[in-house]
Design a protein around this ligand. Structure first.
Ligand SMILES: Nc1ncnc2c1ncn2[C@@H]1O[C@H](COP(=O)(O)OP(=O)(O)OP(=O)(O)O)[C@@H](O)[C@H]1O
Ligand SMILES: [Mg+2]
Length: 262
């Protein structure tokens, strides 16, 4: 096991950590918001763990991290009867610190933790199945006062299966399409009773009126061609267009989350 990375110099140890899950239907901007939020918090001197709970690629790209299909090192997981997909942490893994020691360094000092990606060739033994239960346990048990920003799989299934259990605030994204608003309404009705922040993402201003959405929209992230172009070029939006309005909107989302989180 590696050593836990030390806190960045000047990191405020008494800061109450922000534990946030980002949910919503497919393509609403979960990975862009998760990555940008994680890096924005880290730039403010906070210790941040970005957790990829989506077996499809996304968060690493948006963070500006070389993507990898690999999950946790093989020696950190063992087959466990009753574990998620039959796997769990090896006895040597310390649940309280494993999320830190097994994470990778990402831009701005963010730590990145992933159960790996779906491997189409060996679906039944995929990295995700081997590592997912352990990653979830590590996130739930992390004791260090680190912010956690988790990018969940699209849709309602994994949020209902408790993947956001660690979260003290949940961001529900929708774009205004009927499908994304339906998913957002269902998520708001059935998610755990922590503060929920509904965000209109990739929308034009004014496209988030409550009558159309059936939800009180609390924040707005504009559709931003610079963000879309950066991602098409394989660049993290914060590296390619740091002054883009959508990224400023994510920075103000960080302020809002810090206010509403318990
Ligand atoms: N504010 C924005 N303005 C313009 N394009 C955006 C914005 N946010 C995200 N995008 C683009 O929309 C697409 C989907 O974004 P992203 O991958 O973050 O969504 P997602 O919800 O994580 O999707 P998935 O459900 O597939 O994981 C990407 O091409 C991304 O570059
Ligand atoms: Mg994504």
């Amino acid at each position: 096991m590696g050593e836990a990375p030390s806190a960045p110099a000047g990191s405020p140890s008494s800061v109450r950590p922000l534990k946030v899950a980002i949910v919503g239907s497919g393509g609403v901007g979960k990975s862009v918001v998760s990555a940008t939020l994680a890096r924005t918090l880290a730039r403010r001197g906070r210790d941040v763990l970005a957790v990829d709970l989506d077996p499809n690629p996304g968060l690493a790209y948006s963070l500006g991290l070389a993507p990898s299909d690999a999950g946790l090192p093989p020696e950190t997981t063992i087959e466990v009867k009753g574990g998620l997909y039959g796997w769990g942490p090896a006895p040597e893994v310390d649940l309280a610190t494993g999320a830190m020691t097994l994470s990778r360094l990402a831009p701005d000092g963010v730590r990145y933790l992933s159960p790996g990606k779906i491997d189409g060739k060996t679906v039944n033994k995929s990295e995700v199945k081997r590592c997912l239960g352990t990653v979830r346990l590590l996130v739930d048990h992390l004791t260090a006062p680190w912010d956690i920003v988790a990018d969940l799989e699209a849709g309602t299934t994994t949020p209902y299966e408790g993947y956001a259990r660690f979260a003290e605030v949940i961001v529900v994204l929708a774009t205004g399409s009927w499908r994304s608003c339906l998913a957002a309404r269902r998520l708001c009705a059935l998610l755990p009773s922590v503060p929920l922040v509904v965000v209109a993402s990739k929308t034009a201003p004014g496209a988030s009126d409550a009558a159309r959405w059936g939800l009180p929209v609390q924040h707005h992230i504009p559709f931003d061609p610079e963000v879309a172009a950066a991602e098409r070029r394989g660049l993290a939006p914060l590296d390619a267009c740091s002054d883009a309005p959508a990224l400023s909107a994510v920075a103000s989302l960080a302020d809002l989350l810090l206010k509403v989180a318990p």
